[in-house]
Ligand binder design. Structure first.
Ligand code: GLU
Length: 298
């Protein structure tokens, strides 16, 4: 059971790089139904940690799309750019624990040694030269094995040092990494279960590892299949996925529920958004979600 006696708390954490499209709607619907079916809370967190990638107006647009689609989140919307002090404190704690080290390697340097981008540990034992004013910071992954049960995909076992290598928590440009921000936020916001797309499954061992290093407990996890186009590409801004249309709320949520294996009755397509949500929450079953990595959508 995901809540271990605690109040269930889920979240949806979109990055404001564009409007929500069908692919992101699936994560919103899955996390929302799972939270509400547990009588739990569902938080909305805008992941605007990577400000240079942010698209002007995207946060407001996403919030408006979610409102029109009838999502009700608990508490105020949180924004990662307002939570920088938590990431800094986490980094300082890890520094005191001597779990992180400065690194001056570029992606190119790493690719020369390891075509898969696994960090070869060049800076792990100290820098040979005086470091430039800004460096990135990596966490040591020495012989760490992360094991967890994903509630959709089953058992996951990741030997981080072999499969990922020491990874970046703070970039040389001063930005905190997605991995650090999400690990800190999920723990400090008391999230009990993360429901999100399969594409993020390989980030999860890194996030659990950070949480363990900081002495936080980790949420449970469930990774649903992602929607791909006819070329097998994940629907995203990069693959020109169309934004969900405000006037198509019922149709789009219906389609997302179908994608998630919930088999909503066809007549619901002609009902109100409220009625559709009522049905979806009442009949929600995580076990009906297909266990594949991806599903093609038209
Ligand atoms: N911000 C990420 C995205 O929009 C999702 C992160 C997460 O759910 O952990 O892809």
């Amino acid at each position: 059971m995901a809540n271990n006696g605690k109040t269930y708390r889920g979240r949806f954490a979109p990055s404001p790089t564009g409007a929500l499209h069908f692919g992101s709607l699936i994560a919103a619907v899955a996390s929302y139904c799972q939270a509400k079916a547990h009588n739990g809370e569902w938080l909305l967190r805008i992941e605007d940690i990577d400000r240079p990638r942010e698209v002007a107006g995207a946060s407001d647009n996403i919030i408006h799309q979610l409102e029109v689609f009838g999502f009700c989140w608990d508490g105020p919307v949180s924004f990662q750019h307002e939570r920088i002090a938590y990431y800094q404190a986490a980094l300082e704690q890890l520094q005191e624990q001597q779990l992180i080290y400065p690194c001056i390697c570029s992606r190119k340097d790493i690719a020369k040694v390891n075509p898969y981008g696994i960090y070869p540990g060049t800076c792990r034992n100290g820098l040979a030269t005086t470091p430039p004013s800004t460096t990135s910071w990596r966490i040591r992954t020495e012989s760490s094995n992360i094991v967890f049960i994903d509630h959709i995909q089953g058992g996951v076992n990741c030997r981080l040092d072999h499969e990922v290598g020491d990874f970046v928590l703070k970039r040389a440009d001063g930005l905190f990494s997605y991995q650090l921000a999400v690990a800190v936020d999920d723990a400090l916001q008391g999230i009990t279960e993360v429901v999100r797309g399969y594409d993020l499954l390989d980030s999860t061992p890194r996030q659990i590892f950070i949480q363990q290093a900081l002495g936080y407990s980790s949420p449970e996890y469930a990774h649903h299949p992602v929607a791909v186009n006819s070329s097998g590409e994940k629907l995203s801004k990069q693959t020109f996925a169309e934004a969900i249309q405000l006037q198509d709320a019922v149709q789009s949520i219906y389609k997302a529920l179908t994608f998630l294996g919930q088999s909503p009755p066809p007549e619901l397509q002609f009902e109100s958004v409220e009625r559709l949500w009522e049905w979806a929450i009442e009949h929600w079953q995580l076990s009906k979600i297909p266990t594949s990595e991806s599903i093609e959508t038209s």
